[in-house]
Design a protein around this ligand. Structure first.
Ligand SMILES: [Cu+2]
Length: 559
């Protein structure tokens, strides 16, 4: 869709070599700032840099991270995870079967944040049977290993009762299963009530489970580029729309974006900069680490949408888990990526004659009650015949595709069908099992759903609200069976961990997805599902599921 607003913007055109050098100088000058400000970010218009890469060795990756904060120029708090060498949000590379050890020290002072005020929340009970600290403060932190199929137990991927307070160090020892699908995952704080602030503050990073070239050999040997999109509070946010229902201005943004910590802020939307060889084929691995922003990415060369050859969504390579196990790809010219979603795709660089080449996110219609997500650029692409991506190439194929973690799921017989729905009123956000009474999540809630290990269930998830919501399941991926009651064609079947459900117009059937839940794996215990627009989650749109061990013995979470 053509948007006049974009055409009238003054785009930073850094196509000339001189401009690129100026961009690099900006980055260099920023290195000085990094020394003083732990959560320093790049200036607008900078060339995007990849985060530091850390690799496991002999089956273990050990990282010492500190959680820190500093104010941005409008006094909003930035948050960050700092490696012991001073780098921010390193990318953690592991192999299936590896152990990830994170010694996380919370250096955020208790006075840094504002304690959320949420109905139904009883902080004193948060520590019951707790893990780490017993009480939550405005500076509390923990980690969720988003998308990983790791155990929901203390010191692994447990977010309900894990609290790490100021001055404390907590040891995570997360065991990745041997059949963890190779792909893109991410880590972020998950303290109920503080999730939006910490994620919008920027405390998020990427986990790569290695080996995607064995799942889909098409990417073998290609240069890879990690693109981490985050959002943050704009300097002048539009009025909060929940319960208000006013029409936003066309270019209102509920949150500003950044790409690898290069801000793309309103109202100028100055894009970041990326350099590649003309016509070069690359494998882009994009994480939507935004707290509230739905992306609809599109690659435009002189206004013409370019093919995105999509290899993987939410860490599951297309075709790899949904039948024969044969990987496939699908080519699209735009792709909706919910907050927390990941997309890995092959692109071909622009010709050297291209005037303007850029990755944008298109306007998303989030509904009359939704946060505005306008059209805006992410980065411009410059071409250079001297840029070298050789050190970023994926390995060649080294073995057969790994075993399917979710084998046979689409042919399995569900033992139960449940209906859940998103709804909201002027104060709260809810996700409710149909038949139960809507209530905002409280940290001492009993499970809303109890099931048994070994079962397969179909869940119909409806949106009864006038804005989009994003269903996310912890611990397991689900198979997408239907949208609005219409089956997804077998050739388009996909496993996901986060899915967008469009808003309800107020009349007619509720928009819905039907997903197949797979509780056949080893993970039992209590974990959560929620909307991944994080201020909805902070506002109560979350609930607990309990998976009882199949033998009833409680000997849960064997690897
Ligand atoms: Cu939501």
């Amino acid at each position: 869709m053509a948007r006049p607003m974009l055409e009238t913007l003054v785009w930073q055109d850094m196509k000339s070599k001189k401009a690129i050098l100026a961009g690099l100088a900006l980055v260099a000058s920023q290195l000085g700032a990094f020394a003083q400000d732990p959560c320093a970010r790049f200036p607008a218009g900078s060339v995007i840099q990849e985060p530091e890469d850390l690799y496991s060795k002999d089956g273990v990756l050990t990282v010492d991270l500190s959680y820190q904060t500093s104010p941005d120029e409008t006094d909003n708090p930035k948050y960050c995870f700092i490696n012991s060498d001073g780098s921010q949000s390193p990318t953690l590379h592991v192999q299936p079967g590896d152990t990830l050890v994170i010694n996380l020290t919370n250096l955020v002072p208790e006075t840094a944040g504002k304690m959320p005020d949420m109905p139904g929340m009883d902080i004193s009970k948060a520590g019951e049977g707790g893990c780490g600290a017993l009480n939550m403060t405005s500076a509390s932190v923990n980690l969720h290993y988003h998308g990983t199929n790791t155990p929901p137990i203390c010191h692994q991927d447990e977010v309900i009762k894990t609290i790490i307070n100021t001055g404390e160090t907590f040891r995570y020892e997360v065991h990745f299963p041997k059949n963890e699908p190779p792909g893109l995952y991410w880590y972020h704080p998950h303290i109920h009530g503080l999730a939006t602030a910490s994620v919008q503050g920027g405390a998020t990073g990427v986990i790569v489970v290695e080996g995607i070239e064995n799942v889909n050999p098409e990417v073998a040997g290609l240069p890879q580029e990690l693109i981490v999109v985050r959002d943050n509070k704009p300097a002048n946010p539009p009025p909060k729309r929940h319960g208000q229902r006013h029409k936003p201005a066309d270019d209102d943004a509920a949150a500003d974006l950044s790409v690898n910590y290069v801000p793309v802020g309103s109202p100028a939307f100055i894009p970041a900069e990326y350099v590649m060889q003309p016509g070069e084929k690359q494998f882009w691995r994009l994480v939507n680490s935004a707290a509230v922003t739905i992306l609809d990415i599109q690659l435009l060369y002189d206004g013409v949408p370019q093919p995105l050859e999509i290899i993987s969504l939410d860490s599951i390579a297309l075709g790899s888990q949904t039948g024969s196990g044969e990987a496939r790809s699908i080519t699209k010219t735009d792709l909706l990526i919910p907050p927390a979603g990941r997309a890995e795709f092959i692109v071909t660089g622009p010709a050297s004659t291209a005037r303007v080449a850029r990755l944008v996110t298109r306007k998303v219609d989030t509904g009359p009650g939704g946060d505005p997500d306008p059209l805006r650029p992410l980065f411009n692409i410059s071409t250079s015949t001297t840029t070298n991506s050789a050190n970023r190439r994926l390995p060649e194929v080294s073995g057969p595709p790994p075993a399917q973690r979710f084998a046979g799921l689409f042919d399995a017989k569900p033992v139960k069908t449940r209906t859940l729905y998103f709804s909201e009123d002027d104060t709260n956000f809810y996700i409710t099992v149909d038949g139960q009474t809507p209530k905002p999540y409280s940290m001492d809630d009993p499970p809303a759903i109890v099931t048994t290990q070994g079962s397969v269930e179909d869940w119909i998830i409806q949106n009864r609200a006038n804005e989009n919501h994003e269903f996310h399941m912890h611990q397991i991926h689900f198979g997408l069976l239907q949208r609005n009651g219409k089956p997804v064609p077998a050739t388009e079947r996909q496993m996901l961990d986060t899915v967008d459900i469009p808003y309800w117009s107020g009349t007619g059937p509720y928009p819905s997805v039907t997903v197949r839940m797979d509780f056949r794996g080893p993970d039992v215990g209590d974990f959560v599902y929620h909307c991944h627009i994080l201020d909805h989650e902070d506002g109560g749109m979350m609930a607990i599921i309990r998976v009882l061990p199949r033998n009833g013995s409680g000997s849960a979470n064997a690897k």
